[in-house]
Design a binder for this molecule. Structure first.
Ligand code: DHB
Length: 394
């Protein structure tokens, strides 16, 4: 078959790109090695910028977020055993939406189905060929074992943080920037009532913890752990003891406990590959850049990429031709590095390095005091957390 655009990766970036292209009358075929069920049951991020939430509704993906999502007008930083609220609405007039990535994915997959878009899940042996030419091809084995080929004009690699598409850019034409961290996140889902009305980002001498939410009865929480931690070593009572110790304080705050129904160790790093465009290949989302999860930038960044990319591809496929693609990276990359900085900054602000000295801990408390104790500090956090305007200039 042939299609103007072939997209490798049916996560939120790949599906939202196909949705946006379809609205402009451009067909895209989307492929993923994972089954729909696998993607839907892999728990990931939970916070959307207001702009991104608005786009889901306004582009006609779904308005479920308005019924099932929760608008949060602020968040809490906890340190020294005390709570400090950052009031996004009052500081910068913005809010964010708590709406899980799994729900974003389901809405997008349903929208592709509803609108007659082509998405093949559970495929194998993906091969992307001829990206140095203007007639790239993607070959794959379908779930039923048959071999297929898509002849496309452009191929988009939206295949996540372990992208194989980004490896197709010749080594002497690409640069990779990255940073590893000496810790990971232990993520859980628990059947319990909410412990707080908004998210709680907690710094403690025992390490970081994040108290997030999913529904009235299911909660999402994370705590900093060693990168080689195994979920096997963590029965429920050890998890709760660890989480409680990290949020404990003079105000007597305690988490509401319940059965843990999902446990995962999430390793993370900072990563960018440039260029995001080479030949007939374009990279979007985690395939081009990965951020540590602190501050919830990853999903938002991926959806911003494809907003720019959809526009550029539509222009490239009409009268402007290939020159239009030159606008993609400059527009996308500025936001990418801003988000890289914020994610790194939030991570460093709140986590305890394994070799942290008493000085390091007290310096961190000083920085946290500077953030919550000054209007400029609170405003900085609020601006970064709620996202930047599309042009991201002012
Ligand atoms: C969630 C994840 C994050 O990384 C974050 O910063 C906030 C919330 C979540 O999964 O709910």
């Amino acid at each position: 078959v042939s299609a103007p655009v072939a997209v490798v990766g049916a996560g939120p970036a790949g599906l939202m790109l196909a949705h946006r292209l379809a609205r402009a009358g451009v067909e895209a075929i989307v492929l993923d090695t994972r089954t729909r069920h696998e993607i839907e049951t892999t728990h990931r991020a939970g916070i959307l910028e207001a702009d991104v939430a608005r786009d889901l509704v306004e582009t006609g993906v779904s308005d479920r977020i308005l019924r099932e999502g929760h608008e949060h007008e602020g968040t809490e930083l906890r340190f020294g055993g005390r709570a400090h609220r950052i009031d996004f609405k009052a500081l910068v007039g913005e809010s964010v939406w708590l709406y899980p990535q799994t729900a974003v994915f389901t809405d997008l997959a349903d929208a592709r189905e509803r609108d007659g878009g082509t998405v093949h899940f559970g495929i194998e042996d993906t091969e992307v060929l001829d990206i140095a030419t203007d007639a790239p091809r993607v070959r794959y084995t379908a779930a039923d074992g048959t071999r297929h080929e898509i002849r496309a004009r452009y191929v988009v690699g939206a295949d996540g943080s372990r992208s194989m598409c980004r490896d197709l850019v010749p080594e002497d034409r690409r640069v990779r920037y990255g940073k590893e961290y000496p810790f990971a996140w232990f993520g859980i889902l628990a059947e319990a009532p909410m412990s707080a009305p908004e998210l709680v980002y907690a710094h403690s001498e025992h390490g970081f913890a994040l108290i997030s939410q999913r529904t009235e009865t299911v909660q999402r929480m994370y705590f900093q752990c060693s990168p080689d931690e195994s979920t096997e070593a963590w029965p429920d009572d050890r998890i709760w003891e660890t989480l409680q110790a990290r949020v404990a304080g003079a105000d007597g705050f305690r988490l509401k406990e319940g059965p843990v129904i999902d446990k995962t160790v999430l390793r993370f790093r900072s990563f960018v590959q440039e260029p995001m465009h080479w030949g007939s290949l374009l990279l979007a989302g985690d395939a081009a850049h990965t951020v540590p999860p602190t501050g919830a930038r990853g999903l938002n960044l991926a959806l911003h990429d494809v907003k720019i990319l959809a526009d550029v591809l539509v222009r490239a496929l009409s009268r402007e031709g290939v020159a239009a693609l030159g606008d993609y990276q400059p527009q996308a990359l500025q936001r990418v590095w801003r988000a890289q900085n914020f994610s790194w900054w939030m991570t460093r602000l709140l986590h305890t390095a394994p070799d942290a000295s008493a000085f390091d801990l007290r310096r961190q408390l000083g920085e946290l005091d500077n953030v919550v104790g000054t209007r400029s500090g609170r405003t900085y956090l609020a601006e970064q957390y709620t996202g930047w305007p599309v042009s991201a200039q002012d």
